[in-house]
Design a protein around this ligand. Structure first.
Ligand code: PEP
Length: 251
């Protein structure tokens, strides 16, 4: 059995005090939840503020990006060791917004995934097709390229901690959620590529999250599909009540 992961991507929202207020609202609403792993991903500057507030809540902390070098002359970057130092255990890598606006490529995603693993952080590696690619019938081609590129050079053992997030770009922040069938089809395909790359045991273990306009109303349907093991939630993670409802999708 794969333990579901519900992760909130706060993107470029929430100052320190706003983040603390959100955790204060969220923590009691998810207390006692033990069948789901809960993760929140604030901006870098907020990371060191949260571990004290998260202590005893069972909520893990993620960064939204990482650089692959440990230290050096790389102005503006943050290394895996620094994220650990700030209290993060997870890191989102290759989000479509980073691919679209900040020049993230398969090669940089691959370097970041390897650096995160080396630094004992759990990578949440994002992949997903644009609307153009979907309409051209290229969804699987894009997913396979992003998977093979992002995971290149890893052994099955190294791959084991990785979480994959399938986020169709056309569904992110648009209110257009993929249908349960569309999401399941993509997730099953992703699992089949992982089988080819790392073997069946690794594919059966890997958690594949769906992301793209997940809301309390659609979480249960998506999560009922066999290959959907959680959600990466943007907009709906910014309110404690809506994020908690998604965490509690099964109740
Ligand atoms: C995301 O930021 O990863 C995301 C899926 O956003 P939203 O839930 O707002 O579509």
């Amino acid at each position: 059995m794969r333990k579901p992961v519900i992760a909130g991507n706060w993107k470029l929202f929430k100052t320190k005090n706003e983040a603390l207020a959100l955790i204060e609202e969220l923590a009691p609403l998810v207390s006692g939840v033990s069948n789901v792993e809960i993760v929140v991903a604030p901006v870098f500057t907020v990371l060191p503020t949260l571990p004290a507030a998260l202590a005893g809540t069972g909520i893990s902390l993620a960064a939204q990006d990482v650089f692959w070098e440990e230290e050096g002359a790389f102005t503006g970057e943050v290394s895996p060791r620094m994220l650990l130092d700030a209290g993060a255990s997870h890191v989102i890598i290759g989000h479509s917004e980073r691919r679209q606006y900040f020049g993230e490529t398969e090669e940089t995603v691959n370097k970041k995934v390897k650096a995160a693993l080396k630094g004992a952080l759990v990578p949440i590696m994002c992949i997903g097709e644009t609307l153009e690619a979907r309409e051209a019938g290229d969804t699987f081609k894009v997913l396979e390229r992003q998977l093979r590129g992002g995971l290149e050079g890893l052994t099955a053992t190294q791959f084991a901690p990785v979480i994959i997030a399938y986020e169709p770009v056309w569904a992110i922040g648009t209110g257009k959620v993929a249908s349960d069938d569309q999401a399941q089809e993509a997730h099953a395909f992703i699992r089949s590529v992982v089988t080819e790359l790392f073997g069946k045991p690794a594919a059966e273990k890997v958690r594949i999250l769906y992301g793209g306009s997940v809301k309390p109303e659609n979480a249960k349907g998506l999560m009922s599909r066999p290959d959907i093991d959680g959600a990466l939630v943007g907009g709906a993670s910014l309110k404690g009540s809506s994020f908690a409802s998604i965490v509690r999708y099964g109740e």
